[in-house]
Design a protein around this ligand. Structure first.
Ligand SMILES: NC(=O)C1=CN([C@@H]2O[C@H](COP(=O)(O)OP(=O)(O)OC[C@H]3O[C@@H](n4cnc5c(N)ncnc54)[C@H](OP(=O)(O)O)[C@@H]3O)[C@@H](O)[C@H]2O)C=CC1
Ligand SMILES: O=C(CO)COP(=O)(O)O
Length: 349
């Protein structure tokens, strides 16, 4: 059955996901902040700032009116940066007439509150407005999704029914959707891979090679899994699309804004000038702050995150940070993973 669906946020991801939904026959109302973007979507079926060269299907309607976008919908896709989640969630509360299922597709953790995105949404939206929250995550660059290249993602929710309904809304020949009930793991994996992607970009910018990148991906996954397990995630989720899958794509693709920002930092540019030149959100910067706080709160060692925090916020020289990571005290490879794997210490030797 096709539906009217609201997609809030006409950046690269909101636009690419609108295209998937429109391909599946749904009537998509894509809510943009700027009139210019709305007019371009409606007149030329393009969003040239975020996805140049992509022609959008005609069943995507651009609008700057939240009332128009939300009127009569059961499903709302929220595709704005983590920083804007609270503001847009509270705008939904004051606009919708009946409860909605909110599908969020953002990848971040809020510094200070240390909340995942679904938790922020639940704080902002009372139960009479919010039926369910679903997260959609996984290795999925908007640039490739909009070209209809094969892509796989996972959806998660406290409600299996909401996750399965979301799976049905998005799934098609080019876009394969799995379910996973572990919402903590799916959100943590999606958010924290951006930190490692920034580090991988720095490593490439410094001129280091594939060995260094493979090390960052592998040891990065270990620290994500250590923290995630302490926060209540299923460790197996980190072997899936929202874990290693998204780490691989974000650390190795030129499409990744986090990798690109890291690359510029590794080449010696300052954080402020890098962010100003991107013109799109680089989620990993704020999430590094949050993960640094989480590692202290949960008493979990996160050496790559700590090193990146120092580079981003303490003016640490990236090369010096890498040298220190390499000179850390020697250890067993699985030493810090025993809690994650549920092993006893003597099983390691
Ligand atoms: N791009 C991708 O490939 C993927 C992105 N994601 C995640 O999706 C989320 C969004 O990313 P992405 O689309 O890439 O980001 P972009 O930077 O491409 O776009 C962000 C969009 O959000 C809009 N926006 C920002 N603040 C507000 C606000 N307060 N109210 C309304 N609209 C707002 C911007 O409007 P304006 O244009 O007017 O500034 C812009 O259209 C991020 O968390 C990202 O990690 C996840 C998977 C893939
Ligand atoms: O999450 C993404 C791909 O899965 C997009 O990553 P970037 O935000 O680094 O571009």
């Amino acid at each position: 059955m096709t539906e009217k669906i609201a997609v809030l946020g006409a950046g690269s991801w909101g636009t690419a996901l609108s295209l998937v939904l429109a391909d599946n026959g749904h009537d998509v109302f894509l809510w943009a902040k700027s009139e210019e973007r709305m007019n371009e979507i409606n007149a030329s079926h393009k969003n040239s700032r975020y996805l140049p060269d992509i022609l959008l299907p005609e069943n995507i309607t651009g609008t700057t009116s939240l009332e128009e976008a939300l009127s009569g919908v059961e499903f709302v896709v929220l595709a704005v940066p983590t920083k804007a989640i609270r503001e847009v969630s509270s705008q939904i509360v004051s606009t919708v007439a009946s409860p909605v299922t909110l599908i969020h597709v953002s990848k971040g953790i809020e510094p200070d509150s240390l909340l995942r995105i679904s938790e922020m949404i639940e704080q902002e939206m009372p139960e009479d407005v919010l039926r369910d929250v679903v997260v959609l995550s996984g290795p999925s660059h908007a640039e490739e999704v909009s070209l209809r290249h094969p892509t796989t993602v996972t959806v998660s929710s406290k409600s299996l029914e909401a996750a399965q309904k979301t799976q049905d809304l998005f799934m098609n020949q080019h876009f394969r959707v799995y379910t996973n009930p572990d919402i903590i793991g799916v959100e943590i994996g999606g958010a924290l891979k951006n930190i490692i992607a920034l580090a991988a970009g720095i490593s490439d910018g410094l001129g280091y090679g594939d060995n260094a990148k493979a090390a960052l991906i592998t040891r990065g996954l270990a620290e994500i899994a250590r923290l995630g397990a302490k926060m209540g995630a299923n460790p197996l989720t980190f072997s899936g699309l929202a874990g290693i899958g998204d780490l691989i794509v974000t650390c190795t693709s030129v499409h990744s804004r986090n990798w690109r920002a890291g690359n510029m930092l590794g080449k010696g540019q300052k954080l402020e000038e890098v962010l100003a030149s991107m013109g799109m959100v680089v989620e990993g910067v704020r999430t590094t702050k949050a993960a640094h706080q989480l590692s202290a709160k949960y008493d979990v060692q996160m050496p790559i995150t700590d090193a990146l925090y120092d580079v981003l916020f303490e003016q640490r020289d990236p090369k010096n940070a890498v040298d220190e990571l390499m000179a850390r005290v020697k250890k067993h490879e699985l030493e810090d993973l025993i809690n994650v794997l549920g092993m006893k210490k003597d099983e390691l030797s």
